[in-house]
Unconditional design. Sequence first.
Length: 274
Amino acid sequence: MSSAPAATREVRPGSTATDLVIAVRSLAKFYGKAPETVRALEAIEFDIGEGEFVAIVGPSGCGKTTLLKILAGLIPASSGTALLRGTPILGPRRDIGMVFQAPVLFPWRTVLDNVLLPADVQRLDRGHLRAVALDLLRLVGLEGFERRYPWELSGGMQQRVAIVRALIHDPAMLLMDEPFGALDAMTREQMNLELQRIWLERRKTVVFITHSIPEAVFLADRVLVMTPRPGRIAEAIVIDIARPRSLGVLSTPAFGAYALRVRAHFNALSGLDA
């Protein structure tokens, strides 16, 4: 299994300093104290450009979610820096949207009120964002469900609500932590198509964590492959497949070659889905 040297920086092809949304430099995360220190992340370096969709894959326990939490400002790095449009990420920020594996919707709030939660918490203009929310709900096919409650929706519909909620305040970056991992295979495929459609419409910068190699290759412009703990970037793979991508692309030789290239970093015990 290969791993990138400490000094390697994975840079988006064609990127410049002016169009970078995320710049990660020498990032590391340690837990505990010597001699029982756990090294979760080490020497992480990569850039993400404006409007780019980047998927991150790696074996269980490699630090994918830890990395995402650092980018979200939920936990601090032990060393190194993570910059959002040139500004250090030192805590939670209003210009970052987050989607978790579970939709985390409040059961006593309607779909529309769940979407407008950031407006209430951040004391934003609810009247203006209500119009934005209705437009986004139309975009994801939930027009007419504004007054429904979460328990009246399927799992896929609930996750669409969570995505709209993350987009409502027009964040600079959308972070997604295995958002479709709890869905059945057919719903997951449909949600991949839905997310691609939303991304093509809105062109948000997306960092997407997944255990599924096909999902990563299908959705991403680039796939960052992480090593086992301590997590490093083993390879950044540019996915040169035209968009929009249909599910039929999964059976093409080009798609298979990319999936094999990612899978080559892992053995049968890696914890990655086929």
